[in-house]
Design a protein around this ligand. Structure first.
Ligand code: ADP
Ligand code: ASP
Ligand code: MG
Length: 445
C-alpha cells in the first residue's frame, strides 16, 4: 500500500480536487490511502470564527461561518449530480449543523476551550474529505470514506495532542484496509481521545497523520503532495531561484522542518524512520516535475538547505558564579521546565548561557526566576537561520563561507548541533531576509 497526502492548496476547489483524483488514479494499483487537509485557508477561517465567537462578535462570526459553508456547497454543486449531490449536501449540512451550534455556544458563553477549538478545527478536514469522497464516487472510483478519529488515538492535550501509538497502530490495522484499485479517503490532522473527544495534532499535522498510517501499514512510500516541487534549498517564496533537493535523510528533513521549513511537519519523519519507509515530497500542480525523496542514507554531504524560524526570543544569563560551579545549567533548565517552555538553541561560555525560545508565554515569570541565578537579558524579534546538511563540519570552508555571506549582519548567537546536521545563527528579524538571500547566493548559485 501507499499513502498519498494532499495539502490545502492541492484541494482548494473543484478543479484542484479533480486534479488530486487524476493523480490518485495513476496509483490505484498500489492500494492507496488518500489523506487530505482542509481546503486552502479553511483552517485559518475556522480559527478566526472561534476567535470572533468567543469575543462575542456574533454577527461577524456568523458571516464568516455562512461564507465557509457556502464555499463547500458551491464546490459540491460544481462537480456532483443526482444522488451523489443529494448525499453530499446532506452530509455537509449535518457537519455544518454541528459546527453552527458549537459557534452559537461559543458566542453565548464568550469562551473557547481548547477542546471546543479542536472540535471546530476538525470540520475543515471532515468537509474537504466529504467532497473528495463524493467526487470520487461520481467519477466511478471504488472509494471508501474513513473517519480518522476512529483510529488516530491521542491524549487530551487539545490543540497539539500526542498520539498513543500502541492504540493507534492497532486501530489502523483493524479499520484501514487498503486494496488494489480502491481509494480509501481519510482526514489528516484529526484524531480522538480515549473518550472519543475530537483532538488535533497541531498546525500542519496532516503530514504527520500520513506518516502514522504509512508506518502502521508498512507502506511502500508516503507521498506528501504539496504546492511546490519538493523540498528546496530554501523557501521558494523567499528566493525564486531555490532548487529542489533530490534526496535527503530523515534527520536532515526533521531539522529543516523543526527550524521553520513549513513544507513538512517536523513530526512526519518520526513514525517511518524505524521501518525505513521513504517519504517523497511532490508537486500536485506539476506531478511530473522534480521531487524530493527522504530516506535513511544519502551519499551527498554538506549544506543542503537554509531555513528561517522567526518570532525567536534570545535569553542570555551571565553570572560570575558560574565559574567552576556545577549544577548551574540544571538550575537554569529547571526554570524552563517549570513553565513548560522548550529551548531550541543553546550556547554556553564559562560565565554566560544564551538560549532561544519561541514563545512569550510566562516570559516575565521566567525572567524573574532566572534573575535569581544571574543577570538576565532578553531580546525579542530575532530569527534563527538554520543551515542543514550532513557532516557540515567536515568541509573546512563551510564556516568561513557562512561568515563571508552573513558577515554584514550582526550575529547574536551561533549553535552547532552535535549531530553536525545543523548550524543555527540568530540574527535580528529585520535582517533575516537579506541574510538568507546572501547565504543562498554564496552556497547555491
Ligand atoms: P500544504 O498545504 O501542502 O501542507 P504548506 O503550505 O504547509 O503546504 O507547505 C508548503 C509551503 O512550504 C510552500 O508553499 C513553501 O512556501 C513553504 N516552504 C518553506 N520552506 C520550504 C523549502 N525549503 N522547500 C519547499 N517549500 C518550502
Ligand atoms: N488543516 C490543518 C492546518 O492548516 C492541518 C494541515 O493542513 O496539515 O494546519
Ligand atoms: Mg502543510
Amino acid at each position: 500500500m501507499i499513502v498519498m497526502k494532499f495539502g490545502g492548496t492541492s484541494v482548494a476547489g473543484n478543479t484542484q480536487i479533480d486534479n488530486v483524483l487524476d493523480i490518485a488514479k495513476t496509483r490505484l494499483d498500489a492500494a492507496p490511502v488518500l489523506v487530505s487537509s482542509a481546503m486552502a485557508k479553511v483552517t485559518d477561517g475556522l480559527i478566526r470564527i472561534s476567535e470572533l465567537a468567543s469575543a462575542g462578535k456574533k454577527e461577524e462570526a456568523d458571516k464568516e461561518t455562512d461564507d465557509l459553508i457556502a464555499r463547500h456547497i458551491d464546490v459540491a454543486k460544481a462537480f456532483l449530480s443526482g444522488d451523489n449531490l443529494v448525499a453530499a449536501i446532506q452530509q455537509i449540512n449535518k457537519l455544518c449543523g454541528e459546527f453552527e451550534s458549537l459557534v452559537r455556544g461559543m458566542s453565548l458563553l464568550k469562551e473557547c476551550s481548547d477542546r471546543s477549538y479542536d472540535k471546530i478545527l476538525s470540520f475543515g478536514e471532515l468537509l474537504s474529505t466529504t467532497l473528495i469522497y463524493f467526487r470520487a464516487l461520481e467519477r466511478g472510483f471504488d472509494a471508501e470514506f474513513l473517519d480518522s478519529r476512529d483510529f488516530i488515538k491521542t491524549d487530551d492535550n487539545f490543540t497539539c495532542a500526542a498520539v498513543d501509538f500502541a492504540e493507534t497502530n492497532a486501530k489502523i490495522k483493524e479499520i484501514v484496509k487498503p486494496k488494489t484499485n480502491k481509494l480509501l479517503i481519510a482526514q489528516g490532522f484529526i484524531g480522538s481521545t480515549d473518550e472519543g473527544v475530537t483532538a488535533t495534532l497541531g498546525r500542519g499535522g496532516s503530514d504527520y497523520t500520513a506518516a502514522i498510517i504509512g508506518a502502521a501499514l508498512d507502506a511502500k512510500v508516503v507521498e506528501i503532495w504539496t504546492d511546490v516541487s519538493g523540498i528546496m534549498t530554501t523557501d521558494p517564496r523567499i528566493i525564486a531561484e531555490a532548487r529542489t533537493i533530490d534526496k535527503m535523510t530523515y534527520q536532515e528533513a526533521a531539522e529543516l522542518a523543526f527550524f521553520g521549513a513549513k513544507v513538512v511537519h517536523p513530526s512526519t519523519m518520526q513514525p517511518v524512520i524505524e521501518k525505513q519507509i521513504p517519504i517523497t515530497v511532490l508537486n500536485s500542480l506539476a506531478p511530473e516535475s522534480a521531487y524530493t525523496e527522504i530516506c535513511s542514507e544519502v551519499p551527498e554531504k554538506g549544506l543542503k538547505a537554509i531555513t528561517k524560524k522567526k518570532g525567536i526570543i534570545l535569553v542570555n544569563i551571565t553570572s560570575s558564579r558560574m565559574l567552576n560551579a556545577y549544577g548551574f545549567l540544571s538550575k537554569i533548565f529547571s526554570v524552563f521546565e517549570k513553565y513548560k517552555t522548550s529551548v531550541d538553541l543553546i550556547a554556553t561560555s564559562e560565565v554566560s548561557v544564551s538560549m532561544t525560545i519561541d514563545s512569550e508565554e510566562n516570559l516575565d515569570e521566567i525572567k524573574s526566576e532566572l534573575s535569581n541565578i544571574g543577570v538576565v537579558k532578553i531580546e525579542k524579534d530575532k530569527s534563527i537561520i538554520s543551515m542543514v546538511g550532513q557532516e557540515l563540519w567536515k568541509d573546512p570552508n563551510f564556516i568561513s563561507d557562512v561568515f563571508k555571506a552573513a558577515g554584514k549582519t550582526e550575529i547574536n548567537m551561533i549553535s552547532m548541533g552535535s549531530s553536525e546536521t545543523n548550524l543555527g545563527i540568530v540574527v535580528n528579524e529585520a535582517n533575516s531576509q537579506q541574510t538568507i538571500i546572501d547565504l543562498h547566493k554564496l552556497f547555491f548559485n
